[in-house]
Design a protein around this ligand. Sequence first.
Ligand code: NJP
Length: 251
Amino acid sequence: KGRVALVTGASVGIGAAVARALVQQGMRVVGCARSVEKIEKLAAECQSAGYSGTLIPYKCDLSNEEEILSMFSAIKTLHKGVDVCINNAGLAHNEPLLSGKTEGWRNMIDVNVLALSICTREAYKSMKERNVDDGHIININSMGGHRVVPSADEHFYCATKYAVTALTEGIRQELREANTHIRATCISPGIVETEFAFRHHNSDPEKAAAVYESMKCLKAEDIASAVTFVLSAPPHVQIGDVQMRPVEQVS
Ligand code: NJP
């Protein structure tokens, strides 16, 4: 309660659900994305619902380091700093390895891997300069960052999520070596019903729709519940990874 959380990719889907849940719990949440008007709408909804926290919309293209750094400096000026950093923004382009476009691969690296790393470094700096010892970095990963990659469309996306698995473990080790009690966790969902599949299969909307019609998928709120569970763990408990799939999902 009263703590400041940054949620990246808070305009829709999982990020919007996480931002809403944290505001409901009384946190001051800076929600960022490019479509800031969607976060403004969500902030108004949270206010009308009478939630005890606040949602502060911030427009940021996370593929641009300068914009990320400006965001952290605005958070420092307006809210002192970040106590919790939820690296949620992510995307998948339909670009196989043998025929895909470099631009799509680069965009996935920029947002899924680099933005997550830059936000983590800046959030840690902010926690350290204010002696925040109970901070938390939570990375929204994927089951694709753990298991055998099922289809060529997803190879590069999964590679970025394997990177998130490695980075989360690396962050945990570096935090320990820095002798802080700041924690690092990743949450790895299977299929979640958001706009994600529609963006991923943008060249083939029927394929996208079929993903969500094939089974009872996870909801964005299920992932938000995992985030609030992780944040509510006692300070000596380090949750490394929460893997969650729809019951009907096989791979
Ligand atoms: O995705 P979606 P989800 N700068 O597409 C933002 C992982 N995951 O909520 O900028 C700033 O509905 C975008 O905002 P906007 C997945 O890998 C999902 O499902 O306004 N923000 C939006 O808020 C990802 O890491 C599934 O377009 C940028 C958000 O990211 C996380 O869950 C399964 C941005 C994406 O919203 C959230 O995904 C799984 C940029 N350059 C893992 N680019 C699943 N849904 O099935 C994107 O295993 N965003």
